[in-house]
Design a protein around this ligand. Structure first.
Ligand code: SF4
Length: 252
């Protein structure tokens, strides 16, 4: 996509600014694709089946072209605003960035979220055969396939968003910035939504696979502890308004 086309799209009034910052990236299930610039760019670039295929070299070529155009556009805008983006990273210093990454990685919330990803992975590894048997039998109501889809979608997403929230919180404290809404609250909110949905999906699994009840309840309890700890650490997260999803521009 050339720069002019990207500029034209970016100035289209139907798009909600920053909608993709606090979504769950599940575009297939998103009710706001028409108002998302990110989605429109991807659709225009990768709409035919050949370029959509991530194994296809053309995909990566197009992606790097889009990246380059976006970077140039960013530089142009930064110049207009009087910001030199080349000095932004060096100003903070590599050591400082690394120290924050390590602090976030070692944070209890991040370790618990990571542990959850592993718990889910282990469970699926052990129950795979049983799952296919039960899936064939359970075709009514909320399907077990849908529940699995939800759990799998959020399995690693939760850890990534908890990490981003914790990392952002460290920076905001360092900069003594207690403005609301903050990016860390936005990340914490989407992490909490993903946790809520995962808990509901595990409950569906428990409903169908009664012989795994104890184990599934253990995972639900683990997730619930993480949910509570996140809410205590980010008390404003639930009231964060995500553009396009929670505010006046939300649909449904
Ligand atoms: S807002 Fe919706 S369409 Fe846009 S990136 Fe997020 S999930 Fe995808």
């Amino acid at each position: 996509m050339n720069r002019d086309r990207l500029k034209k799209l970016a100035s289209d009034g139907r798009f909600i600014a920053g909608i993709y910052n606090y979504c769950d990236r599940w575009c297939e299930r998103c009710p706001q694709t028409l108002r998302c610039l990110n989605f429109s760019v991807s659709e225009e670039e990768f709409s035919d089946s050949e370029t959509r295929d991530i194994r296809n070299e053309a995909f990566w070529k197009k992606l790097s072209e889009t990246f380059r155009e976006t970077l140039e556009l960013l530089r142009e805008s930064a110049k207009e605003w009087g910001v030199d983006i080349d000095t932004l990273d060096s100003a903070e210093g590599e050591e400082n960035i690394k120290a924050k990454d390590v602090a976030a990685e070692n944070h209890l919330l991040c370790r618990v979220a990571k542990r959850y990803s592993q718990l889910a992975e282990d469970w699926f590894g052990r129950k795979e055969t049983l799952f296919f048997e039960v899936a064939a039998a359970a075709k009514e109501g909320v399907s077990i396939e849908e529940a699995i889809e939800v759990i799998r979608w959020y399995q690693y997403f939760i850890g990534a968003k908890v990490m981003r929230a914790v990392r952002g919180n460290i920076e905001e404290k360092e900069e003594r910035c207690d403005e609301f809404p903050s990016d860390s609250d936005g990340s914490a909110k989407i992490a909490l939504i993903a946790i809520d949905r995962s808990i509901a999906a595990w409950a569906v699994i428990q409903h169908y696979m009664t012989d795994c009840g104890q184990e599934v309840i253990g995972i639900i309890a683990f997730l619930d502890d993480l949910r509570q700890a996140m809410q205590e650490t980010f008390p404003k997260a639930r009231s964060f308004i995500r553009p396009g999803f929670d505010g006046v521009d939300a649909i449904g």
